[in-house]
Write a protein that binds this ligand. Structure first.
Ligand code: 9D3
Length: 299
C-alpha cells in the first residue's frame, strides 16, 4: 500500500515511520510512505502557507494554492491509470475514525493509494476541501494543533490491516466471540505481585475453563468500562437480523446468560460480587481474584 502525507512538519514523521510495526512494514515493502513538505509547493520567497482570514477574526488560514499544487503532484505520482489515490483531509470536522472506517480506508488504500492532508493553523481555505478532498476524518472530539498526529494514528491503524504486517496471534474463533467486546485481563510471570496472585484457573491447564473465564471476564470488563459497546452490539443485532437477534448475533446464548448473571450480581452487595482492589491487596497471595471465586461458586 502507498500512503503519501502532506504536511508543513515532515520531520515529525521520521522516528514514527522507522519504528516498530510500521517501520517493519515499510522495511518489508508491504507499506510505502512518502512525506511531502507543503512548503515545497509554494511560489513566494518566504514559502508562506497561511494568510489572514477574509471577514476578519483571529487566527490564520492555510492558503489554497500550495495545497492544490501539492495534492495534484501527489496524485500524479501515484495514479494507476484512471484511478487516482483517495484524498483524506484530517480535520476536526471529519467523521470520527473507528475500526470499521479503518478497514474501509485500508481497502481503498490497497486499491488506489492514499493521500493524507495534515492541516495546521486555525483552518484551511474552504476551496481546498471542495476541490481536492474526497473525505474528512477526525480521530475524536478533542482539540489538537494539527493533523499530523491523526495522520500517524491512521497510518498505524491502516498498516495493521495490510496482509502480512501483523502476525496472527490467537485463532479466528477466539477472536470472534470477543468481537465488539473489550479484552479480558492478562497475567504473566511472576506468579505473585505485591500480594496479588494470578487467578487459579489460568494455571490449571483446563483450556475449556480458561476459555470460559476469559469470555466471562471480557463481558465483565465491557459492562464495567464500556457499557455502550454492549448496547451497540445488541442494537446492531436488532438492526441487521431482527429475527435472529433474540438468539444471537454478536453474543452467544452462553454470553447472554453470563451477562444477565453479571447484571444481577451488580445489584447485590459488594462482597457477593466483585472483590475490591483492597481485598486483592490484602489477601496475602491467596487466590480469590476479581470475581473469579464468586462466579466459580455460582456455577
Ligand atoms: C481551537 C481551534 N478550533 C476552533 C473552534 C478549531 C480547530 C482548528 C484546527 C481545532 C483543531 C485544529 C487542528 N486539528 C486538526 O487538524 C485535527 C484534529 C483534531 O484537532 N482533533 C481530532 N482529530 C483531528 S484530525 C485533524
Amino acid at each position: 500500500m502507498r500512503i503519501q502525507i502532506l504536511t508543513i512538519f515532515p520531520e515529525l514523521f521520521g522516528p514514527f515511520l522507522a519504528t516498530s510495526l510500521v517501520g517493519r512494514a515499510i522495511e518489508k515493502g508491504l507499506l510505502e510512505v512518502r512525506v511531502l513538505d507543503l512548503r515545497d509547493f509554494t511560489e513566494d520567497r518566504h514559502r508562506s502557507v497561511d494568510d489572514e482570514p477574509y471577514g476578519g477574526g483571529g487566527g490564520m488560514v492555510m492558503t489554497a494554492p500550495p495545497w492544490l499544487k501539492a495534492v495534484r503532484a501527489a496524485a500524479e505520482a501515484d495514479s494507476r491509470g484512471e484511478i487516482r489515490p483517495w484524498r483524506i483531509l484530517l480535520s476536526p470536522q471529519g467523521s470520527r475514525l473507528d475500526e470499521a472506517k479503518v478497514r474501509e480506508l485500508a481497502e481503498r488504500g490497497a486499491e488506489r493509494g492514499l493521500i493524507l492532508m495534515c492541516g495546521r493553523y486555525e483552518a484551511i481555505d474552504e476551496r481546498v476541501r471542495r476541490t481536492v478532498v474526497d473525505e474528512e476524518v477526525s480521530i475524536g472530539d478533542y482539540v489538537l494543533s494539527g493533523g499530523e498526529l491523526p495522520a500517524m494514528v491512521l497510518v498505524e491503524a491502516i498498516s495493521r490491516q495490510v496482509p502480512g504486517v501483523v502476525k496472527l496471534a490467537g485463532s479466528v474463533e477466539q477472536d470472534s466471540f470477543r468481537a465488539g467486546l473489550l479484552d479480558h485481563p492478562h497475567y504473566t510471570r511472576p506468579p505473585v505481585v505485591e500480594g496479588m496472585a494470578v487467578p487459579e484457573v489460568l494455571t490449571s491447564g483446563d483450556h475449556a475453563a480458561i476459555r470460559r473465564w476469559r469470555e466471562r471476564e471480557a463481558l465483565r470488563a465491557t459492562r464495567e468500562k464500556r457499557p455502550d459497546l454492549l448496547e451497540q452490539a445488541l442494537e446492531q443485532a436488532l438492526e441487521q437480523a431482527p429475527e435472529q437477534a433474540r438468539r444471537q448475533v454478536r453474543l452467544t446464548p452462553e454470553q447472554r446468560r453470563e451477562l444477565e448473571r453479571l447484571e444481577r450480581e451488580r445489584c447485590e452487595p459488594a462482597e457477593a460480587g466483585l472483590h475490591s482492589d483492597s481485598e486483592i491487596e490484602n489477601n496475602g497471595g491467596n487466590v480469590p481474584q476479581a470475581g473469579s471465586a464468586s462466579l466459580r461458586g455460582e456455577s
